[in-house]
Design a binder for this molecule. Structure first.
Ligand code: C2O
Ligand code: CU
Length: 554
């Protein structure tokens, strides 16, 4: 195992990512940020310098569990202080498990502004994947707004009368490139856009994937969207899903995959089609009331020139309300035979109801009646040093009121904005049930993709309606997939199980940036007394910052 050093300078620069010149947040002048590549067991040492002139920043390594290094998780107010302009923060942690991951900003709405990249962890030399492939291609998917993240942020956090929703993204990006105002498939799709004309060296020219005929390729696909749920398809090519969120799954074959924000997949494709033409790669969205154009690029058989467009239409965008199709796909994901199995029983169950409400004149998301507001002193330090005034130490509710009707807009308007923490005993088996409910508008609800930091969890099952005692009989304890993201379907619930064996403070939140940013998240803490010495740079702010100064003076 090696130590791999990186230097990341976070900054804004102008770039025409979707053919419209705009500020983008990137790293070392690159957008998306550089791909990190390492072997399982390696240590990454990444010096992140904030080159922004007026904002703090941080980077979260999504899917890396940070075993023994909770201060390197990159969540401002939870595991560290924001990196202030000009400062450098040293992230040093082990990548212990092979797989496909992303990293992204975890402060304000910086992910939405473009602060993200891929992490690919290979097996150590000599170890073999449980599947074969000849080559590898990477796809990082995201959504892109022309409105600045400052405008998005202020719009979301304004009182209801001046509230501005972010609305739909202008483009879907494939490896940081999109085409606004034109489409490669315009000739086939019945809309008013012109066909894009590219020489190939434009900043917004599509990122083309070139392959040799009759080979098997591993496509690593990750989504860091701020909002959209995506669907990816390649014309004429089946995909065999083999990895999800850094864990092997029982291989299954599909024509297209759904991919929610924060998820990552590896699929195998075989280039056994007519080698005298190119094929469409299509990334469309699955969201209600969004009309963002489907992103297109080409799977280019090297026997053909890369710019030759297929003579047939791109894969169709699937309807947003194809709930059954979406559920069927998600439920196909089960663990590869021989994967670690979940403990048979849990010792604690927390049921979390996410809903939207008006709170003190603002639209906010709440979980069990509490809208998360992050404290100025990061939890990790204040819990470790028992700082009683750093946040609200009261225990949040384990569930929501029995008689809550999940099918109507919220009726109990007593949500509050707080910064409480779910405190778990160390080494306990915990079940968390995420309960979906109606949003602020009658007869509407959305899918929410949730992400847990510091852990993988088993997805034990999905159910319709309100979770009730006895529903645990429906749990799959035989081959539940290990993941770090889950999706909760409209008016349904999703159950996960994990062991609280990683000392630290971990966020668990909806991965849609505007939802998390307005309160849709919770904080879990476990075994904080076992956290080893926290680097000073992680806690040199708020009350822990004062504590450090006092120590130095006396
Ligand atoms: Cu990828 Cu807390 O998120
Ligand atoms: Cu959400």
């Amino acid at each position: 195992a090696k130590v791999r050093h990186y230097k990341f300078d976070v900054g804004y620069f102008f770039k025409s990512v979707d053919c419209v010149d705009k500020l983008v947040l990137g790293i070392n002048g690159q957008f998306p940020g550089p791909t990190i590549r390492a072997e399982a067991g390696d240590t990454l040492d990444i010096a992140v310098t904030n080159k922004l002139s007026t904002e703090g920043t941080s980077i979260h390594w999504h899917g890396i569990r940070q075993i023994g290094t909770p201060w390197a998780d990159g969540v401002v107010s939870v595991t560290q202080c924001a990196i202030t302009p000009g400062e450098t923060f040293h992230y040093r942690f082990k990548v212990d498990k092979a797989g496909t991951y992303v990293y992204h900003g975890h402060y304000g709405m910086q992910r939405s502004g473009g602060l993200y990249g891929l992490i690919i962890v290979d097996l150590p030399k000599g170890q073999k994947e449980p599947f074969h492939y000849d080559g590898e291609l990477n796809l990082l998917l995201s959504d892109w707004w022309h409105k600045s993240i400052q405008e998005q942020d202020v719009g979301l956090n304004s009182p209801t009368e001046s509230f501005r929703w972010v609305w739909e993204p202008q483009s879907i990006l494939i490896n940081g490139r999109g085409q606004f105002g034109c489409s490669l498939g315009a000739n086939f799709i019945n809309h008013t856009l012109p066909v894009c004309q590219f020489k190939g060296d434009e900043e917004c020219a599509p990122y083309i994937l070139s392959v040799l005929p009759n080979k098997t390729y591993r496509l690593r696909i990750a989504s860091s969207t701020s909002l959209l749920s995506l669907n990816l398809a390649i014309s004429n090519h089946k995909m065999v899903v083999v990895e999800v969120d850094g864990n092997y799954v029982q291989p299954f074959t599909v024509d297209n995959i759904d991919i929610y924000s924060g998820e990552s997949y590896s699929v195998l494709i075989t280039t056994n089609q007519n080698p005298n033409q190119n094929y469409w790669i299509s990334v469309s969205h699955r969201d209600y009331n969004v009309s963002t154009t489907q992103a297109l690029t080409l799977l280019n058989y090297k026997s053909v020139h890369a710019s030759v467009l297929p003579s047939f239409p791109p894969p169709m965008t699937l309807p947003w309300n194809d709930y059954e199709g979406r559920k069927a796909f998600t439920k196909k994901i089960v663990a590869l035979k021989g994967s670690p199995q979940p403990p048979k029983y849990s010792q604690r169950r927390v049921v979390l109801l996410g809903n939207q409400d008006v709170l003190n004149g603002y639209y906010r998301w709440a979980v069990n009646g509490i809208s998360l507001s992050l404290p100025p002193t990061p939890y990790l330090g204040s819990m470790k040093f028992n700082l009683k005034n750093a946040f609200d130490w009261q225990d949040p509710p384990e569930s929501f009121p029995q008689d809550y009707d999940i099918y109507i807009p919220t009726t109990y308007h007593n949500a509050t904005q707080r910064n409480v923490v779910y405190k778990f005993q160390f080494n306990q088996v915990v079940d968390v049930i995420i309960q979906n409910s109606n949003s602020y508008i009658p007869n509407t609800t959305s899918f929410h993709p949730w992400h847990l930091h510091g852990h993988d969890f088993w997805i034990l099952g999905y159910g319709e309606g309100k979770f009730k005692d006895g529903d645990e009989k429906l749990f799959n304890l035989k081959n539940p997939p290990l993941k770090n993201n889950l999706v909760v379907f409209p008016y349904g619930w999703t159950a996960i199980r994990f062991k609280t064996d990683n000392p630290g403070v971990w966020s668990f939140h909806c991965h849609m940036e505007p939802h998390f940013h307005t309160g849709m998240g919770v904080v879990f803490a476990e075994g904080v007394q076992y956290v080893k010495e926290i680097p000073e740079e992680a806690i040199a702010c708020g009350l822990t910052g004062k504590m450090l100064m006092n120590k130095k003076i006396h």
